[in-house]
Design a protein. Sequence first.
Length: 550
Amino acid sequence: MGDRFKGLISVLIALVTVVTALVAYLQSDAGNRDDRAGRDANSLAVEMLGQNVSGNSRSYYDYNEAYQAWYQLDVQASAALGRGDNAAAERYLAAAESLVRLSPLLQPPYFDPETGELDFDRYEVDTFRGRVTQLSEEYTAAAGVKDAWDTKANAYVLHLTILAVSLFLLGLAAAIDHRISQLIFSIVGGALALVAVVLAALTYAQPVFDLRSNPEAIAAYTQGVGLAYQGQDAEAVTAFDEAARLQPDYAAVYAARAGAKLRLSDYLAASTDFERAQNLGLENPSMLGDLAIAYYYQGRFDEAIALQQSVVASNPSELWVQFDLGATQLISGQVEAARATYDAAMQFAVEQVQAAQAAGTAPSSALWFGLDFGVLGLEEIRGLIAAGEGTPDPALIPNLAEVDALAATVIKQIKELTVGLEYQGVPPSGTLTAQITNLTFGEPIYLDDGTIEFEVGDTFTDGPTEMSLLFDYAGMRDGQEIVVKVYIDGTEDASWRIIREWDGGESGESYEIPLAISYSDTFVLASAYYNIEFYIDGLLAAEGAFWIED
């Protein structure tokens, strides 16, 4: 009985040894595949970086050098024609034509020299952004494969450890003569071997998917991203549909398609796609914040608030989501909660600027984006209330007057905070004592006697070349900091911004601040809606607007 038992143990030891060798092979193979996928990922990352850097450099030259040179020559030609100097115009046009041959951006299908129309986004997509997107997806796939094989390799190491313990126990069972001890060691050793075999089999059966094996899906996704970059969201959705058909569990496709649908105002479909991407394991603050926006526009305020609170709790640096949370609370009638959220968001902005100052660095651009985003959200709510219609349905907003009043107050607070943090590094303090009245705009008209008159109004035609801000004032002090911001069709053009110390005395009338100065007969103000904000020591003192019509 003893010899036969030891013989059985010996056979079991031999079997476990064979299994151990097999698992060791699987572990080695997983490690090799892990290394190979890692090398692929590194190679793709290097190529992606190179394509991005070289592409950006090339597009910078093509737009800021080649195209701008052509544009300036074309403007000069138009000005020469306006002066009746046809010979000069021909020379300018000939020089502009010679530039067309120097850059692919100035060739069809990106450029029409007859009309001057330029499709720069398409040029970037065709020359490098499409390739960078493809490489990014291949890199993500390779990195995912590496992680999967690394997980398998580490699992096999655990299995080998269990098998080693099993062999040790079986060896003890074969070496000793004590019957009970033999039974214990052999049963435990055999059970451990069986557990290791089952775990190894489950690990081996776990598939490792490589998205690169489906290049058609990557190509369709890349096409969709390129179309979305060009503002062609409807066409992008079609491309993403094809990518989803080719690879139904492609999480990035659903997130990108959701973004396109969100921009197309298809909020229900957008939220469905965002949720699908989330269920497939894709979660980041930006995507979750956009999902909350989709809920918001559907009037699903409770869901939006819960999601925004979750994002803010785990990613407090996402200032735009904090402001979105405040907007959702406000529009749902939670006025006090909204007030607290906005206060917390503005305090967070102050702390971020102070931390950057202490570290000797500049605040993140995301901070300024978040502050601007907060203003836009509140202005949208006020516009919704004023119009009495839109999305989400204004009928869902309780306490309209209270909501509108707080929105107006917080808009002013955020704008003043932005100016104070940008120029003093601290929120503006005190109250505004100065008065800016009768603010209007005027186009200077230079008379033959050397004096200047102004064509005053809020609507101008025939392409004015200059524009001035005119106003009366009282309670000013010399040395106060004046900041004037100019927004063109809702977006600030920083090149118009005016920062200066006040030197006009305590009070006066028809004070002029030039907003745009004509340096040549080629300069004409573009047709657009211009809105200005006038700050004194960081406090918003006045606002005004004018149109330049076609």
